[in-house]
Each structure stands twice: as C-alpha cells, then as structure tokens.
Write a protein that binds this ligand. Structure first.
Ligand code: SF4
Length: 210
C-alpha cells in the first residue's frame, strides 16, 4: 500500500507505456511541451467536462469523478463514469475515457482505463467488468473488458512508474516511429543522441582493440 504522498497521476501510466524516457522527462525532470496532439486532446477533455447530460434511460452519468488507489499508488480523474442500472435496482459503474485520435497499436489507453476501473473498485467496493474508450477521430466507442491479463499489465505498469521515479534515472532515448507523435521530440533529441552514442561506442570499441 502506498501513502497519500506517494501517489502518482493516473495519466502517468499512458506516458510510461508510450515511452519510458517520455515518462521520466515529465515526472522526474519536470519537462513538458505541447504539440498539436496534446492540445487537441486537452480541448476534447475540456468539452467532455463541460457536458451536463446527467441521465440517459437507465444510465446515470457523472463527469470528472476524483479517483484514487492506495494499492496501485495512483490518483486522478475519470472523464466520464456511467452508472448502469440493473434489474433489482443496483447501479454498476462503467468508466468511459475520451481520446482525440484513433485506437493505438500499444495498450496505453486500455491500461489507463483499467487503472480507473481498479481505482473505482477500491473506492466503491464493487467489481467492474467493463468500460469503454471513445475515439474522436473515428467517433466510435471501443468496449474494453477488464480481464486478468489487462489487470496484470495495469498493476505491473503502475509498479514500474513508482520504480522509475524511485530510481531517479531518465532512460536513454531510443528513436522509433512513435517519436514523431511525441511533444518532447525537440527536447529529447532521440536521433541526435543515439547517433552521438553510436559514434562514442564505435570509438571506444576501436580504441579497445588497439
Ligand atoms: S522523442 Fe521518442 S525517445 Fe524521446 S521521449 Fe519522445 S518518444 Fe521517447
């Protein structure tokens, strides 16, 4: 169990799944920069929080609910939590996260949503089997099942965020396709640093062979 002072933002999970160096630059070195993707994402989230629809049939909708898990060591907010009414009158939470783009190749969005569900489970003492991610580009909701594998991934990712913060070490950059979408590209300089490293490695190898 973590203490209140040790809690990390839920959004950190998304960053560490995307790139460990990006996570470290933001949460260890306190560096942040916006790009088109981050600004569009922010606007979408603001719009969601301005919504005031509260009820849709047997669904009650809450916006911007505060979340916390001492077990995972996370704190944050849910964009939307729908409460679905079941026969007998009980209400089951169903978290919905809003994203600007389209479904991604990595699991960062699913892990973040699962962490929200696990926070709600700890806070409300209920089991939450499903949630959804709404993607702005495709205008579609993708249903997410919180199965064993996703829960394990989420727990391991949360543990990794705390371990990396504790180490205080920012990993070296590894240039990849994702760098093109990263708002920290001009600060991180992955291509340049990697090139410098390979020249340095080459020189030390050659000198070592002499
Ligand atoms: S530019 Fe690439 S390596 Fe650097 S932080 Fe972003 S994703 Fe990671």
């Amino acid at each position: 169990m973590y203490s209140i002072d040790d809690l990390l933002p839920l959004s950190a999970l998304q960053h560490i799944v995307f790139c460990e160096r990006q996570f470290a630059l933001i949460y260890i070195e306190q560096i942040w920069a916006e790009n088109r993707f981050t600004v569009e994402g922010k606007i979408l989230h603001e719009r969601v929080h301005e919504e005031d629809l509260k009820k849709r049939g047997d669904v009650h909708i809450e916006y911007g609910i505060s979340l916390r898990s001492l077990r995972l060591g996370l704190i944050g907010k849910a964009d939307v939590v729908e409460f679905h009414r079941f026969p007998g009158g009980s209400w089951l939470p169903f978290p919905v996260e809003y994203k600007r783009g389209k479904p991604k190749a990595d699991d960062c969005d699913r892990v973040q949503l699962c962490a929200q569900a696990m926070c709600l489970e700890e806070m409300l003492g209920v089991a939450i089997p499903n949630g959804a991610i709404f993607y702005g580009r495709t205008r579609r909701r993708l249903n997410v099942s919180f199965d064993e594998a996703l829960r394990r991934d989420t727990e391991e990712t949360a543990m990794k965020t705390h371990a990396l913060i504790e180490s205080g070490i920012t990993p070296k950059p590894v240039y990849a396709k994702r760098c093109g979408r990263c708002s920290l590209m001009t600060i991180c300089l992955p291509k340049q640093i990697q090139k410098k490293r390979s020249v340095k490695d080459y020189l030390s190898r050659v000198i070592g062979e002499l």
